[in-house]
Design a protein around this ligand. Structure first.
Ligand code: RIB
Ligand code: CA
Length: 312
């Protein structure tokens, strides 16, 4: 794989945190920036959490830019019950050494994409899509210049996780998702249909915990927190691994199977806001988006364990 320039847009969040550590441990990725958005917890906390993870991984060369503190139109919705009040499970949070970078997430995304060759910069979105929507509003030409855009969000056959019909990231800012899918960007979407196939079982968590470094042990602790929460709130034995699948797809697309599709988002109804209508009856040659339907869960977790071993 040629080295891929990448921006990660996220709302850490327990699973975002594991996704960031996977990216920090993967030398194939030239992580240009981490941008943050309000989602699982407030923007102040998601931004501090991204800086904490950067420090733990020893990647202080990667700037963290704060983004939207609320959705385009809807009031902010949080998911702290799944991530802990501070957003990092039982992890002791602290004020990181390095500050947040000057400027907004949207500006950082625009500058990175517009100042590099067409298609050079990939974007992995692990939270509400507000920052990309704002960036596209400010610079519509970006839609054709962006490299691979991969999003964790939506649900088709699995139903929703925040409401009966919607997944949290799309539910939190359905207008942003609708604007992004209609913008001309080509998006590969990993929704609940595939992340529910990638479960953090005891054995998979133990394989990560067996690595020597602090980051691996931190990831295992975050995954165990998710396991406890899922058992208590959802009644599942093993928690699905959502956000790290976006980075795993960028690194090893062969671990997944994606289908060409058309995607539209319900934005008006309070009952079904954030529902992703995913249509596979499209012309593959002209379809702009792809919906990931299958994953090799063992391969994804082996990749995470291997990459986290490289971190301090
Ligand atoms: O529905 C799962 C998504 O919502 C993940 O990105 C998780 O971090 C939460 O933001
Ligand atoms: Ca997230």
């Amino acid at each position: 794989m040629q080295r891929q320039s990448l921006i990660i847009d996220c709302d850490p969040g327990v699973d975002d945190a594991v996704g960031l550590l996977l990216a920090f441990g993967s030398s194939e990725l030239d992580l240009l920036a981490v941008t943050t958005v309000a989602g699982n917890v407030s923007l102040e906390r998601t931004t501090r959490n991204a800086r904490i993870l950067r420090q733990l991984a020893g990647r202080t060369n990667v700037p963290v830019f704060a983004g939207a503190q609320r959705p385009l139109r809807r009031p902010p919705g949080e998911a702290a019950e799944f991530h802990g009040a501070e957003g990092l499970g039982v992890l002791e949070t602290f004020e990181p050494d390095l500050p947040v970078a000057e400027g907004t997430a949207a500006q950082a995304i625009i500058e990175a994409v517009m100042n590099r060759p067409e298609g050079a910069v990939a974007l992995a979105i692990m939270g509400p899509m507000t920052n990309l929507a704002l960036a596209l509003r400010a610079e519509p030409r970006m839609a054709e210049r962006l490299g691979p855009v991969v999003v964790m969000g939506g649900a088709r056959s699995e139903g929703g996780n925040i409401t009966a019909s919607a997944e949290f990231n799309i539910w939190a800012d359905p207008d942003a998702a609708a604007e992004v899918f209609a913008s001309g960007c080509r998006v590969t979407v990993l929704g609940l249909d595939v992340t529910h196939q990638v479960r953090a079982t005891q054995a998979r968590i133990a394989a990560i915990a067996a690595q020597a470094g602090t980051c691996a042990r931190t990831a295992a602790s975050l995954l165990r927190f998710s396991q406890d929460v899922e058992r208590r709130i959802v009644g599942w034995e093993w928690a699905p691994l959502h956000d790290p699948c976006t980075v795993a797809w960028l690194l090893k697309p062969e671990f997944f199977r994606a289908v060409p599709c058309r995607i539209e988002v319900e934005t008006e109804s309070d009952l079904t806001r954030g529902h992703t209508a995913v249509e596979f009856r499209v012309d593959p040659a002209s379809a702009r988006h792809h919906w990931v339907v299958e994953a090799d869960a063992d391969a994804v977790f082996a990749l995470i364990a291997e990459r986290l071993e490289r971190l301090p």
